[in-house]
Design a protein around this ligand. Structure first.
Ligand SMILES: Cc1ncc(COP(=O)(O)O)c(C=O)c1O
Length: 362
């Protein structure tokens, strides 16, 4: 079976874990500090503060910029739920703006319409590994005195205008969940060029502790372990190589899918380096098979697929209960109805792609 995700864990991960075990220092310590430094250097950003997972990284990032009750944060309705829930965690209001149907990313024009005097931040998601339109969001933020928080959970190593995502906005958050382009098991990191924001992030993730048993503010324990960081250090070494393989696989898939009527391959914007966390295509109405029939056919041929995402966030029960409604977000809803993801990770071979294309040629 070609699974939709399949992490490679045979670099220096075991040796790194063994060193941590031998040291006896399992929780956050020097290995986490080294990982933070290496990851920040990789992005060319000033600081990194590792967290227990990507959701925690987003939560910590919003607390670091001071989002609170009464504030609004504009984000995408077409993403994993954490992109919006991190706003709810602050008692603030997620405000959704529609996406572009070709790139799946936030439409700057729609975002502009949502800015009010209560807007505190714009939170673009670099969905499926494709950078959002950062220049437009940075300009808007400057005009309206807003923060830009990048949700980079799916875009390790992706670039916009030659800059790595996470290094463009005021603060960025990554996830290292095992399906991601690199993993630490569970894990995340907050990155920023602002020392002040990173110091706040550091406090939030560790009980607001500025010195041993001196607590300046309310915080949690959202720390990463040395064990997780040891895995991350080994993974980071091969991230670029894996991203190149993802891009090659995507090129091959797109060349084939373009020839199949009724299927639309994912669009790649100009001036971005897409890292294809997911390869997301659309089954159009003129395709002879419905999405679920096509997925079933692929599964019968040992090709795993997934739907990222079957529902827009405002249509989730949690949000419906709060009075949200996905009806306004026509492009996002349209994507949710048509998309599915094919395996694209570095273990996917040319032969696997040939099987996928053959199965989809109805
Ligand atoms: C866009 C996005 N944001 C945030 C997260 C949260 O990361 P984690 O699962 O590590 O908490 C994810 C994880 O799937 C994600 O895809």
């Amino acid at each position: 079976m070609v699974h939709i995700a399949n992490p490679i864990l045979k670099n220096g991960e075991l040796e790194g874990i063994k060193e941590v075990m031998d040291s006896g220092m399992l929780a956050q310590g020097e290995v986490v500090a080294k990982f933070e430094e290496e990851f920040a250097d990789y992005l060319d950003v000033g600081f990194g503060k590792a967290t227990a997972n990507g959701t925690a990284a987003l939560d910590v990032a919003l607390k670091a910029i001071g989002v609170e009750e009464g504030d609004e944060v504009i984000t995408s309705p077409f993403s994993f739920i954490a992109s919006a829930n991190c706003v709810l965690f602050q008692g603030a209001e997620p405000v959704f703006a529609d996406v572009k149907k070709d790139t799946f990313n936030l439409d700057p024009e729609k975002v502009k319409e949502k800015i009010t005097s209560d807007t505190k931040a714009i939170l673009p998601v670099h969905l499926f590994g494709q950078p959002a339109e950062m220049n437009a969001f940075m300009d808007m933020a400057e005009d309206h005195d807003l923060y830009v928080v990048e949700d980079c959970a799916q875009a390790h190593g992706a670039e916009y205008d030659g800059k790595k995502v996470g290094s463009i906005g005021d603060i960025g958050a990554f996830s290292f969940y095992p399906t991601k382009n690199m993993t630490t098991g569970e894990g995340g990191i907050v990155v920023s060029d602002s020392e002040e924001l990173c110091e706040r992030a550091d406090l939030v993730r560790d009980h607001g502790q500025s010195e041993k048993y001196t607590h300046d503010m309310l915080g949690y324990n959202l720390r990463m372990t040395n064990l997780a960081a040891a895995i991350g250090r080994a993974q980071l070494e091969r991230l670029d190589e894996w991203n190149d393989k993802r891009r090659k696989n995507a090129e091959m898939l797109t060349a084939g899918i373009e020839k199949i009527d009724g299927l639309t391959p994912p669009a790649v914007s100009d001036s971005v380096k897409h890292v294809f966390h997911q390869y997301v295509l659309k089954v159009e109405d003129d395709h002879p098979l419905r999405r679920e029939e096509l997925r079933e056919k692929l599964h019968e041929n040992d090709i795993g697929t997934a739907v990222h995402y079957p529902k827009v966030i405002p249509d989730q029960p949690l949000y419906r209960e709060k009075g949200y409604d996905g009806n306004e977000f026509k492009n996002a809803r349209g994507c949710a109805e048509k998309v599915f993801s094919l395996p694209i990770h570095p273990k996917v071979s040319k032969e696997d792609i040939e099987v996928m294309l053959k199965v989809m040629e109805v």
